[in-house]
Design a protein around this ligand. Structure first.
Ligand SMILES: O=C(O)c1cc(=O)[nH]c(=O)n1[C@@H]1O[C@H](COP(=O)(O)O)[C@@H](O)[C@H]1O
Length: 279
């Protein structure tokens, strides 16, 4: 069985450093001429996968936009995850779960096996990173991975994540680094927003030494580009999986438009990568 870390690395090497977020916002459905319904969400997702499966390093469906349509929406998420698996593109279920260990076992089963199986899912460490350690072990047993919120892209994140000395974020980074060393190398990533500027450095967090992948939202619609990526990650940029949703999806509904939106994001990330090599 390959590990999630191996599959993700292979996919990034073959397709490049961009994850396509699948966020079927009501406004985007309207813009695409689709109904704001589970059927519309399903169609939106499958078209996105069809257009981008040969160039996205990963897909990241945002569960909120499926859940708002109830059981039929969750069925659309199930189909979306299956389509990503069929296309053999790693898929990250963006569900941002976090709970006591025994409950987390349920989430690991839900998102790494069974009908809603993804390759990895996003988790929140607010109950303490230790509450997620058994989930990391369970994920490794299932060949899956986790992305743990560390320094998020929204401006409010700093209120909690920057608190303390060492900071809350620093403790999260330390715990997730240890899982990569002790449980499954490369299968546990950090979510670090491309919008955080010099936040990590100011907290004394040495991102380049983290032994895993950074899932970096914030490109495009939230304002970050190549300069911001370079500033945040420095020489760690080679392990960035940049994630964009609206800035790619706004190119739809045609496959050509989606690919154009994707190409713009890829060009920005690759220019950051190219220019960081001299650092
Ligand atoms: O975990 C995430 O993906 C995430 C973390 C974070 O810090 N900020 C963030 O925007 N996200 C998600 O990334 C996506 C960003 O979408 P766009 O702003 O449209 O590119 C949304 O689905 C967010 O929920």
């Amino acid at each position: 069985m390959t590990t999630f870390g191996q599959r993700l690395r292979q996919s990034m090497a073959a397709r490049g450093p961009v994850c396509a977020g699948i966020d079927p916002h009501a406004g985007l459905l309207r813009q695409w001429g689709l109904e704001d319904s589970a059927a519309g969400v399903r169609e939106f997702s499958l078209r996105t996968i069809d257009a981008l499966y040969d160039r996205a390093a990963a897909f990241k469906p945002q569960s909120a936009f499926y859940e708002r349509h109830g059981a039929a929406g969750v069925a659309a998420l199930e189909e979306t995850l299956r389509a990503c698996r069929d296309a053999e593109v790693p898929v990250i279920a963006d569900v941002k779960r976090g709970d006591i260990g025994s409950t987390m076992d349920g989430y690991a089963d839900a998102y790494l096996s069974g009908p809603l199986k993804a390759d990895a899912f996003t988790v929140s460490p607010y109950l303490g990173p230790g509450s997620l350690e058994a989930t990391a072990r369970r994920a490794a047993d299932l060949g899956g991975g986790l992305f743990v919120l560390a320094l998020t892209s929204n401006p409010e994140g700093a209120q909690i994540q920057h608190a303390g000395s060492p900071s809350v974020a620093g403790r999260v980074v330390e715990a997730v680094a240890a899982w990569n060393e002790e449980i499954a190398p490369g299968s546990f990533g950090l979510v670090v927003g491309a919008t955080i500027g010099d936040g990590a450095r100011r907290l004394g967090i040495d991102l380049p030494s983290f032994p895993g992948v950074f899932l970096a939202p914030g490109i495009g619609a939230q304002g970050a580009g190549a300069d911001e990526l370079r500033q945040v990650f420095g020489s760690g940029i080679a392990r960035v999986l940049a994630s964009a949703s609206r800035s790619i999806l706004a190119g739809g509904p045609t496959a050509a438009g989606l690919r154009e939106g994707f190409a713009r994001t890829l060009a920005a990330v690759e220019s950051a990568l190219g220019q960081s090599e001299s650092r």
